[in-house]
Write a protein that binds this ligand. Sequence first.
Ligand SMILES: Cc1ncc(COP(=O)(O)O)c(C=O)c1O
Length: 435
Amino acid sequence: MKVMKRKLLKSNEYWARAEKIIPAGTQTFSKGPTQYVQGVAPIYLENGYGSHVYDVDGNEYIDYALALGSVTLGYAYPAVNMAIEKQLRNGINFSLMHPLEVELSEMLIKIIPCAEMVRFGKNGSDATSGAVRVARAYTGREKIACCGYHGWQDWYIGTTTRDEGVPRSTKELTIPFDYNKIESLEKIFAENEGEIAAVIMEPIIMEEPRNDFVQNVKELAHGNGALLIFDETVTGFRLALGGAQEYLGIIPDLATFGKGMSNGMPISTIVGKREIMKKFEDVFFSFTFGGETLSLASAITTIKEMQDKNAIEHFKIQGKKLMDGYNKLSRENMLQDYTQCIGLPAHSAIYFRDTNGNESLELKSLFQQEVIKRGILTIGVHNISLSHSNEDIEKTLEAYEDSLKIMSQAVEEGNIEKILEGKKIQPVFRKYLPD
Ligand SMILES: Cc1ncc(COP(=O)(O)O)c(C=O)c1O
């Protein structure tokens, strides 16, 4: 497969301007240049159609980042564009409620198993933070046990290495536990008896639950008087239309969705049991753009389109081809100890390890460099959209084949750093390394 002839002049020009006036140069860490090999990867995208995006210098890529998984149908998807344009002609945000709020709520109640009542937010973080607040109000308790990533707000981000600016008193109220390790949650309940308001978790994090993990979490939470909240920001509208709760057949008390529900438009939702959701009559969860209509219109059309075209099945089929194809190539190149594609077909990730079994950002960078040069944009995660065609998948696997051959040779020759043509990828969350 040919390496693309590319220039990144405009990307670099914008970046030079941005660096001076935008802290970190980006609104979203995961989109920023620390996540892509600087010097090789484009920095700014200009437009996208279906599964393909174009950078500001006019270079074309098949995109698997999909705006952090928020684009489920495809960029500039005609039916969604039409719904947005129709609503745009009639106004964007109003002084009273709009009927679309009711229509989308009714739709979500039909689709999501735990949904009896519905509220809307803008980002996934609005929804997780609203759910946590309502759980505290409902139970009269303050502490939260969490598992996964839950967004930028104090109550969660204080548990990570990017905790600057979060008060210690807030940090002390959230305690993380490990996926598929029920004993880590048992310990939290044992040490905080009668204090945990809710367990919030991503119901699936790149691996299926083992030994009834999620069911056991539910029983443990309820046995200790805590609510169970599923953070379905990633799993929702991807594993199944009704999220991991439909996929696993385990119903939480509350659930939050974001990303994929509106094909890139900013909307999220908290859904759940009536008795708990009613508490939002008192709890403050209220903002200017809460009922903004373009996102509501887009969500309704996106979900209808996903139903009509059986998007979930498409994600599975195309995603499986990529996962299986990647792992086969990894084996053929004797790289199975260094890299594998894990997760579920609809949302999988490629990991890279060094000989000590630690994450290798060198290998990840090398892989990304080579696939980008061949027209594939990825941060190491496969988000599949309804627009990813058979041709896209074939082209991607061709790019993987070339890239893994190069990697195999680099591993053998021990010259990975030397053949990197740009700056290595950096972690968003710093790892504490020994001095
Ligand atoms: C599982 C999960 N929860 C919450 C969030 C936060 O969503 P947002 O970035 O839209 O605030 C994310 C974002 O990546 C996520 O993956």
